[in-house]
Ligand binder design. Structure first.
Ligand code: UGY
Ligand code: MN
Length: 264
């Protein structure tokens, strides 16, 4: 049963809260339900709670975190990191972001921004409600092409494709697919009940998976895990993986994947 559907008297812990945990951390994957992910703060952000989901200390080669930005909060100065790129995806609320010298843009739920290495950005909540933003930091793996330009867009402007041809599946590539300047993808993966991958995948690419909607069973390593909206999974390279939805509605998750580089 979903813990939020339990009726808990005020001031009491839910049954099983002490000792029972859906989450697991293994050598090359981790599954993290949101309730155990504690609050962090960062000097670059005011009135903002940071919930770290993946970081090098876990084994991941990127960092991913949710920013919970209170009204009036956000970056207190431009965030800029040499050699590091950022990706922002608005989960809920509306945020004003400014990338480089571009005009500020308002991003609502489903809005996203790609910020190339060394480009400054600010993020501010100018509204009255909390804003939740899923953020990713990844060190850029440079090649003999110039790094990509910034992108500020919305998922509604990205077509849904189905490269697998399997019924009930869909992909939205938020970053230009096959553009070798990019060293990662951010893909919205959609499944209807009854759909799954064609095989158990075991591939060199890492994933950071944020569940946006629905529920299902995720195979990681050698075990199945029940997951639902707001859960996070880190899959390291060569982690066997498979998924199928189990709820009544559709499933959608946002998937980070490092691509287009070798590791020699
Ligand atoms: O594209 C992928 O690697 C994707 N099928 N993996 C996943 O959703 N775990
Ligand atoms: Mn995969």
């Amino acid at each position: 049963m979903h813990p939020r559907s339990l009726k808990i008297p005020a001031g009491r812990l839910p049954p099983g809260a002490i000792g029972h945990n859906r989450g697991v951390v293994r050598r090359n994957y981790a599954f993290m339900p949101p309730e155990g992910v504690l609050k962090s703060r960062l000097p670059a952000y005011d009135l903002t709670v940071v919930r770290f989901l993946a970081a090098p200390v876990l084994g991941a080669q990127f960092a991913q975190f949710v920013l919970e930005v209170a009204p009036g909060g956000g970056s207190n100065r431009a965030v800029v990191e040499t050699g590091v790129q950022h990706f922002l995806f608005v989960l809920s609320g509306a945020v004003v972001i400014r990338v480089g010298a571009d005009q500020p843009a308002e991003l609502t739920g489903g809005g996203f921004a790609y910020i190339p290495p060394g480009v400054a950005f600010t993020l501010k909540n100018e509204g009255r409600d909390e804003v939740r933003v899923l953020a990713l930091r990844k060190r850029y793996e440079a090649i003999d092409l110039p790094p990509p330009e910034p992108i500020v867009s919305h998922r509604d402007r990205v077509p849904r494709e189905n490269p697998t041809g399997l019924e009930g599946r869909g992909f939205q590539y938020l970053l230009p697919f096959g553009d070798m300047r990019f060293d990662f993808e951010m893909n919205l993966m959609w499944f209807q009940t009854g759909a799954s991958f064609p095989d158990v995948e075991t591939h060199i690419m890492e994933h950071g998976l944020y569940m946006l909607e629905g529920q299902g069973l995720y195979f990681l390593g050698q075990e199945w895990h029940e997951i639902w909206a707001e859960d996070f999974i880190w899959m390291g390279g060569f982690c066997p993986q498979q998924f199928y939805p189990t709820g009544f509605g559709d499933v959608e998750y946002l998937l980070y994947k490092n691509v287009n580089r070798d590791v020699a």
